[in-house]
Ligand binder design. Sequence first.
Ligand code: HEC
Length: 128
Amino acid sequence: MIFPVGMRNLRLRRIRSVLAVLPCLSVALFCIGLAQMSSADDIQAGRLKAEVACQTCHGIDGLATIAMVPNLSGQREDYTIIQLEAYRSGKRQHSQMSIIAQSLSDEDIRNLAAWYAAIEIAVTVPDE
Ligand code: HEC
C-alpha cells in the first residue's frame, strides 16, 4: 500500500513501539511461569500435610488404599487444585471429601497438588 510519508512514519513508529514491548512481555510471562512452578519446599510441605490428612485413603504415594477412592499420584497439579477447590466451595460434592476440603487453606491445596504431581508414575499398556 502507498501512504503519504507522514503516515508511513507514524505506522513505522507504532510498529516499533509494539516491537519494543515484546521483550518486556516475554520476560513478564517467563516470571509468571516461574512463580507458578512449585518448589521443593511446596512439595515437602504437601507431603507432610498428606501424611496427616490424606494418606489413610489415598496413600502417601497417591495409590488409593480403599476401594472407590481415586489414585492421585502423578495427577496434573492444576487438576488436583481445581478439584480440591470445588469440594471446598461446594461445586463438587462428596460426603467425605467435602468435609476434608473445608479444612484446607489455599496454600495446603497448592502444596498437596504439588506433592501428588511430583510422584512419578510409569504406565504399561496391556498387549491386545
Ligand atoms: C476418608 C477417606 C479420604 C480421605 C482422608 C481423603 N480423601 Fe480424597 N477422596 C476420597 C474419595 C472417596 C474420593 C472420591 C470422591 C468423589 O467421588 O467425588 C476422593 C476424591 C479426591 C479427589 C478427586 C480426585 C479425582 O480424580 O477427581 C482429590 C483431588 C482428593 N480426593 C484429594 C484428597 C486430599 C488432598 C486429601 C487430604 C487432604 C484427601 N483427598 C483425603 C476419600 C478420601
